[in-house]
Design a protein around this ligand. Sequence first.
Ligand code: FES
Ligand code: FES
Length: 166
Amino acid sequence: MAKQFKEVHFNLNGRDVTTVVDVRASLTDMLRGDFRMTSVKKGCEVGECGACTVLIDGEAFNSCIYLAVWAEGKQILTLEGLMGPNGELSDIQKAFIDETAVQCGFCTPGFILTATEILNAGVEYTDDELRKLLSGHLCRCTGYENIFRAVKKTMYQRLGKPWPEG
Ligand code: FES
Ligand code: FES
């Protein structure tokens, strides 16, 4: 019979960590259960809502459909890792507050991590491109327009460009 548990070593929010996981466990369950990363939300658990999004080597993934054992050797970033050393919020987190892009907050960590990947690309996306890049996330509180504005505003801030008209 195949071994059911495996040791996994990876970097979580800048820290090298090791744990032992059930080979069938999802990355969501490992991050929440073993490391108390409760920003990683469990929504649909079938890869459709984006609530469980984390960055793996800089790329956004739905952690509910990513096996915990696949984290071996990877750099994983959750919302907890976005804050500065003294708990300072990042620019995109501040923009979500400023644009009232948070209602119940359940979808927020996932949106912010996808936004982080988008913003780290350093590209000026069109509105259509931005909407498409954010489209893997569901918000039951229908905060889409404010979320879109928060990401767009941060994109222009990082590019050092003024907010465009219209
Ligand atoms: S909980 Fe993972 S995509 Fe919905
Ligand atoms: S703020 Fe409630 S689900 Fe998006």
